[in-house]
Structure formats: structure tokens, C-alpha cells
Design a protein around this ligand. Structure first.
Ligand code: GLV
Length: 310
């Protein structure tokens, strides 16, 4: 068994060590442009460089070290359809997303962002308590991670909404779906949490027109992809007060460029794509389990649907 490994950060040593622990019989080959590679069974990567595509077209399956598949799906045409592209399923990300989103929602609901600003100005001032009935939380995308977030929010008693591509029924959640359900969802969500996969259908889903459908003074938490939001549309809506604040973990261009105007806007909270980090050992353990299944000729879960794009 030979595994072709690519890491954009070049930090391959700990991955090689974990593969040695979980799959001692495997040889890990680190991909390098122009290198003469032996034939490999499986590839492990997240954001492949274009120069890797010819090598990817020769493996038996591709395993992504992330939950989102957009970085490889843009090259889908170059990867023969019989090669399964397998994403991570949770692997410790669900709980991280739940922590991040719950924290952001509670920070807005309990006005902690305002108290942070007041404290910097040396002001001791009690603001009016908010009513949960005025604070419905809407989660866009209810796959493995979105469902985890919804379950984590339940004990707090917020009205919950969900929006998905196809109909989904979730206990205690008002569900909306498809383009026909989008206006009702946006219009009734005080906080919109974006957890969607990035596809042709979801790119710029939070554009000016759609953000205007959210109630005055609402909030956005984006843990999906930067391109879900039309970035130039967000800033004027924040300045106008229509959007009261945004917590953004993902950006059109990452790292967020130094001159990007988001850095200067205090109502935008910026984190560097950390809402759900890939936990290496959990991920390697999961991938190795799936590789063994594939090698035995068994069906492997979490294969990307090439038509849907996720
Ligand atoms: C992170 O963004 C992931 O898709 O795993």
C-alpha cells in the first residue's frame, strides 16, 4: 500500500508519523512537483496544486483532510469520475463548530461585543436584556456539522431555523429549503450562520439583496467559505446598521490581505479559518479505516457527489 501525501504547508512529518502508527504497512510518498513518483494507491490532501492533477488521476481514491471539497472540486473535470473523492466526516470538527458558533451567538445575544467596546471606553453601563423570541438563529446547511451546531444551540432555547438545499426535517427546528424557502428563512433569522458547502448554487448567497431580507440589526456568522458572502456588499450594510455585526472565519482570499477593509471595522470579528481545525490523529484514523474498507472492496462513506459538488 502506498499513500501519496500533499500538504500545502509542507509540514508532512507529523502526518507520516500518524500514518505509520495507524497503518504500519503503508509507505507514505510526499508529492513534489516534477518528482519521479512510484505508483500510489491513495492520495491524501486538501487543496491540490494544479501540477498534481495528473498524479491524482492515477490513484484508486482521494482522501481529503477537510470537510469541504470546493478546493478540489474546481479541478473535478481532471479527475476521472471512477476515482472516489472522500471527505472527512466530523473527525472532531462538529464539536469545534458547535463551540465556535455557540460562542458567537451568545456573544451577540448577551451583547458581549457591546460590553467589550464599553469596557475599552471605560464605561460601566447595563444594557437592556434581549428577548430570545426576538433572536431566532438560522443555520444554513444542515449536514454533519450543521446538525451538530443546531443540537448544541437547542438547550439555550433560541427559536431555531434551518435552510438546506433539499427538504430536511429536524425536531424543534423550523425548516426551509430551496430558493423558494430562502426569503422566509432570511426574513425570520436574527442571526444567520452559514455552514454551506461552496458550490455554483451557493456562491454569493449572502449578497446585498439577500442580506437586505434579514431583519434590521441582525448578525452573520460565516464558518462556510468566504465566497458565500459578497464581501463588498457586507461593509456598507454594517455601516448602515442593517447588519449589526459579523463573525467571519473564512474569506474570499486567505490569509485576509493586510489592506482589506474588514480589518478596520470593529463590528467584524475576524478569525483565521480556525472554527473547525483538522485534528490530525482523528483524521488519519478515519482515513485509514476508509482505505482499508476500499482495499477490501467495501463501500466507503462520505464520497463527494460530483453532480452536487459536495
Ligand atoms: C475546513 O474549512 C474544511 O473544509 O475542513
Amino acid at each position: 500500500m502506498r499513500i501519496l501525501l500533499y500538504r500545502a504547508d509542507g509540514n508532512t512529518a507529523p502526518w507520516i508519523k500518524d500514518f505509520a502508527d495507524f497503518m504500519p504497512e503503508a509507505e507514505v510518498v510526499v508529492w513534489r512537483e516534477g518528482a519521479d513518483l512510484p505508483p500510489c494507491d491513495y492520495a491524501v490532501l486538501w487543496t491540490p496544486p494544479q501540477a498534481m492533477l495528473a498524479d491524482l488521476a492515477r490513484v484508486k481514491a482521494i482522501f481529503l483532510t477537510g470537510a469541504g471539497a470546493d478546493a478540489i472540486m474546481k479541478y473535478s473535470h481532471a479527475i476521472p469520475p471512477h476515482i472516489p473523492i472522500v471527505r472527512l466526516n466530523d473527525a472532531g470538527m462538529g464539536i469545534q463548530m458547535a463551540e465556535y458558533v455557540t460562542h458567537s451567538v451568545l456573544r451577540y445575544f448577551r451583547r458581549l461585543d457591546e460590553y467589550e467596546a464599553q469596557a475599552r471606553a471605560g464605561a460601566w453601563l447595563q444594557l437592556e436584556a434581549r428577548d430570545k423570541a426576538d433572536f431566532p438563529i438560522g443555520v444554513m446547511g444542515v449536514g454533519a456539522l450543521g446538525s451538530h451546531v443546531i443540537e448544541a444551540l437547542k438547550p439555550f432555547g433560541f427559536p431555531l431555523r434551518a435552510w438546506s438545499r433539499s427538504p430536511k426535517s429536524l425536531t424543534g427546528v423550523e425548516s426551509f429549503h430551496g430558493s423558494e424557502g430562502l426569503d422566509g428563512f432570511l426574513g425570520s433569522s436574527r442571526v444567520v450562520v452559514c455552514m454551506l458547502p461552496l458550490t455554483e448554487e451557493t456562491v454569493h448567497i449572502l449578497n446585498r439583496t439577500n442580506m437586505m431580507k434579514m431583519p434590521q440589526g441582525s448578525y452573520i456568522v460565516n464558518v462556510g467559505r468566504g465566497a458565500h458572502i459578497s464581501e463588498p456588499d457586507l461593509l456598507p450594510l454594517i455601516k448602515a446598521g442593517h447588519i449589526a455585526g459579523a463573525t467571519l472565519d473564512v474569506f474570499r482570499s486567505e490569509p485576509l490581505p493586510a489592506q482589506h477593509p474588514f480589518w478596520q471595522e470593529p463590528r467584524i470579528t475576524i478569525t483565521p479559518h480556525i472554527s473547525a481545525l483538522t485534528l490530525r490523529r482523528e483524521s488519519v484514523g478515519q482515513m485509514v479505516g476508509k482505505m482499508r474498507q476500499h482495499a477490501r472492496g467495501e463501500e466507503v462513506a462520505d464520497v463527494i457527489n460530483r453532480t452536487k459538488g459536495y
